[in-house]
Design a protein around this ligand. Structure first.
Ligand code: AP5
Length: 214
């Protein structure tokens, strides 16, 4: 059987940071649908061409694009592996569909980790985020700075600010989260799978809380 752990939380809550840290310690695979879509946009694939305008506006990409990506991922995952899904599911339809896609690939959703953070912290985290366009590593100008300003510690590439981290796009992403994604928390709570984590502390403390909850 393959296992899935879903990471939930608003944009900037630290899903990618916590999922990557716990995956590195446990051998799970961190799967970010946002990172996969950004890669598809950069490579100009059909999925990327379809996704770009939605992502630039801070809107959700059409469900069908995600379903194709996720079903391919699940089919390719080896038996016995654990996948940390960061950014999927993001609305109630995707949450229902994940159950179907998992069953078809001999996988189960074992837990949903919800990272709770205040809105002021979200805006501060997103505003200071820097990302490596080459290896995907994430930084923050204050809380997680690279050793050399503007340069990725891991691969030496120049760090960038994500296109959707502009203030006006951040506001729309937070609104889309409240409208579409927040109900997914209730979906997993009703299924008895929800683990709520106070994600307001430093990144290593949050990762330790997540690891303990799993
Ligand atoms: P995606 O890439 O998933 O973006 P998101 O959900 O908005 O989440 P973020 O990546 O912004 O935040 P995060 O919670 O991972 O925070 P991070 O760890 O980076 O999606 C982008 C777009 O793709 C969407 O808008 C949509 O268009 C599309 N998309 C993706 N999935 C989709 C789906 N399923 N359906 C439809 N469309 C989809 O941390 C943020 C910052 O804070 C970093 O700088 C980090 O260093 C810092 N930080 C993290 N944790 C801490 C901490 N504990 N203390 C201090 N600083 C911290």
């Amino acid at each position: 059987m393959k296992k899935i752990v879903v990471f939930l939380g608003a944009p900037g809550a630290g899903k990618g940071t916590a999922a990557a840290a716990v995956a590195a310690r446990t051998g799970a695979r961190h799967v970010s649908t946002g990172a996969m879509l950004r890669d598809a946009v950069a490579r100009g694939t059909p999925a990327g061409l379809e996704a770009k305008s939605f992502m630039d506006a801070g809107a959700l990409v059409p469900d069908e694009v995600l379903y194709r990506m996720v079903s391919e991922l699940l089919a390719a995952a080896p038996d016995g592996s654990t996948l940390f899904f960061d950014g999927f599911p993001r609305n109630s339809a995707q949450a229902e569909k994940l159950g179907e896609l998992a069953a078809a690939a001999a996988a189960t959703v074992d837990a949903a980790v919800m990272l709770d953070v205040s809105e002021a912290t979200l805006v501060e985290r997103l505003g200071g985020r820097r990302t490596c366009p080459k290896c995907g590593a994430g930084y923050h100008v204050k809380s997680l700075p690279p050793k050399v300003e503007g340069v990725c510690d891991k691969c030496g590439a120049a760090l960038v600010t994500r296109a959707d981290d502009r203030p006006e796009t951040i506001a729309n992403r937070l609104a889309v989260y409240e409208r579409s994604t927040a109900p997914v928390v209730g979906f997993y709570e009703r299924a008895g799978l929800l683990k709520r984590i106070d994600a307001s502390g430093p990144a290593d403390a949050v990762a330790a809380l997540v690891e303990a909850a799993l």
